[in-house]
Write a protein that binds this ligand. Sequence first.
Ligand code: ADP
Ligand code: MG
Length: 498
Amino acid sequence: MNPWGSVNPAAPACSLADVMSEQLARQLDEENNTFPTLTEPGADLMLSGEVPDTTSDLMLAQILQMQFDREFDDQLRREEKKFNGDSKVSISFENYRMVHPYEDSDSSEDEVDWQDTRHDPYRAEKPQTTPRKGFTGKGKNITTKHDEVNCGRKNTARMDNFAPEVHVGDGLGMDLKLSNQVFNSLKQHCYSEQRRSAKLHEKKEHSTAEQAVDPRTRLLMYKMVNAGVLENINGCISTGKESVVFHADGGSLEEQPVPDEVVLKVFKTTLNEFKNRDRYIKDDYRFNDRFSKLNPRKVIRLWAEKEMHNLARMKKAEIPCPDVVVLKKHILVMSFIGKDHVPAPKIKDAMLGSEDMKNAYYQVLHMMQQLYRECNLVHADLSEYNMLWHEGKVWLIDVSQSVEPTHPHGLEFLFRDCRNISTFFQKKGVSEAMSVYDLFNTVTGLQIPVGAENEAEFMAEIVALEKRNEDHVQKRRKKVFPFASEDSGPPLEPDADD
Ligand code: ADP
Ligand code: MG
């Protein structure tokens, strides 16, 4: 396939009589055409002497489009005239025109332009143009404006009118003669490329905006600024798979001051990110009766709600973690861990000296015990990525997925947390860091035997324990569990809009 369309073999220059007879033949051909309506759009081309190639669907489509665009532009010109009337100051509708400058290039104004620029010393001579009468020469030497060679050169010169970013080369210099068909294909290609690149750009811009927040979320954020809860939303701290975190300046909420610096954790409402995480919430008895009744968008809000309640429990146990400011649907506002717009580093990036690292390890060990015993929680995503180092302390964040130890997989999650912690601190050279098994037993107070480092055996014990737990919980579930009464999080926002 030739992307430029098939090239007509260049015919030698011929006399007016020949041209006429050839046209007659094509015209007759046209009349026999079984698609009478399709000749209509090309009518103006026919008038101007160029016979459209009606055998090509592409060509027909292009002719139709051009015809449509021209009609649109004519209408636009009429509107423009009407709009401006006799006014001395006129407003141009030029930008709304459909037909590109080069699409219109076969208008007579263009020919005048070429004559004006013919003596550009840096360009090869532009082709001779044909006067309005339609031919040059006398007697036998008449050349019409349809002369193939002239037309070809003219088309080559017209490529100058393509958009500046299209490299057309020095066609004139090499005396290139483009047939109408090839020229039209090139023109169309260049036009569609331009539109494609504009579209791509638009798409890119759209996706960047989408990646941050959707319009609903933007509105919610705007409302918080409007209500004075926030002074200003500054910028994005992190874009994760499940959330986007923004830094903001705090205002005041119900007469109470909000911390100077806060973060907005926006839980992503693109649901596919969350589909793997159902099990954290579906099997959490605290959300049990609610989960089944909710539409997917509301399930996302449960994540935010869960983080809020878990943070409240941690606060009660005095574990260093962000203070909850307010929860609005899927946006959780909490205090900023860091200073002067600079967030505290994750512990993996904190470049701690060995003494600090050892210190951090003991803090984490203590926090894991507190979390398990006092908060009745397992972090379930504990690692060097979800601990920040700030003012000589380890701060725990990202607790939306945290569950109670009696969750059907709670102990498995805890085992995974233990493995992350012990691997990280051992790698950082903390010789006191316990093995994953010892850490698990220390945190839980269980005494699962640690036989020859056999993980399978250890895990089997854990799963058996979970099973026993589950049976126990099943019995308790029959009673109604007053959710939230044990937590002292801020009140939930009522669902106003859906
Ligand atoms: P995700 O579920 O996307 O991992 P996180 O709660 O872990 O969400 O937040 C992502 C990142 O945002 C964190 O690694 C941390 O750098 C930053 N961050 C989150 N909460 C705070 C906060 N309260 N103060 C400072 N930085 C925060
Ligand atoms: Mg995280």
